[in-house]
Design a protein around this ligand. Sequence first.
Ligand code: UDP
Length: 327
Amino acid sequence: MAVLVTGGAGFIGSVTTERLLAAGEEVVVFDDFSTGHRDAIPREVRLFEGNTLDQSALRTVFREASIDTVLHFAAFIQVGESCQDPSKYFKNNVAGSQSVLDVMREMGVSYFVLSSTAAVYGNPETVPITEDAPCRPVNPYGLSKRMVEQILEWYDVAYGMRYVALRYFNAAGASIQRGEDHHPETHLIPNVLAAAVDSRKAVTVFGQDYDTPDGTCIRDYIHVEDLADAHVAAVRYLRKGGGSNAFNLGTENGVSVLEVIDSVRRVTGRELRVEYSGRRAGDAERLVASSEKARRILGWTPAKSDIDTIVRDAWEWRKKHPNGYAR
Ligand code: UDP
């Protein structure tokens, strides 16, 4: 049976596709290329082009390939944009997901893995964050993912759909062939690497007055290949009869913005120009995962997620693709 990856042309979707193939899975990709890259899709996969709201395009995929599990990555991911244009996020991320789920029901497919996010927690009261912490998203992006998780809870009860929601902390790094290429790029590590490539560019640090040891925000960075391997583990878990569940994917290790910048200096050996500006709206002070549950139930252990390995792999990819994927 094949696995369907929606959003397989994106950063995490394409690396997961690569790891699924390496694990011996047959993979089918569905993507509308609104943000993804054709060159990110491994050649061995069957590609269907379409939008998740287009149910007839989705039906064609399920008719032409024998699919037992859907890994649903296709979504918009920019927090700031979601605050300015929530409609775009609820349509694509919520209605798009429901559209996929309803075609799955029609076609009798019942295993679903959701790309969820630490943003479902909002500003957590305690860190490290466990999965039973209250979900109080503070922006439409985080809410859109939480709404899909809630839809899934009811699709399990009513239709027997089995799902795994994977709540990613800060995805970063690269595989040898696939890396991060967003437009615009808002994430810290690619922005610091851009300043390492081009000495005319400065890194902007958003806020240095947080209640943290060096005053900058703390995040839990997770190597994209470790994230991808958690998806492979989730597929196996569902096929073995595992019940619907949500898991945090992080390392339990918090790294500050200034520590990321230091790591980039160490790994690249380049000088970096750093500028300071005020806080960025919507940033939580400290987001660190408890990953005990994923370790215990999925048997998943992050293997490449120390900050220097993440930065080194992202740097290697960046040097080979200074302008990202070919356009
Ligand atoms: N950040 C920064 N400069 C940048 C991009 C990000 O100082 O150019 C900070 C941001 O304010 C946050 C952290 O780096 O504290 C991680 O931000 P990112 O956008 O990578 O991930 P997020 O945690 O927002 O999903």
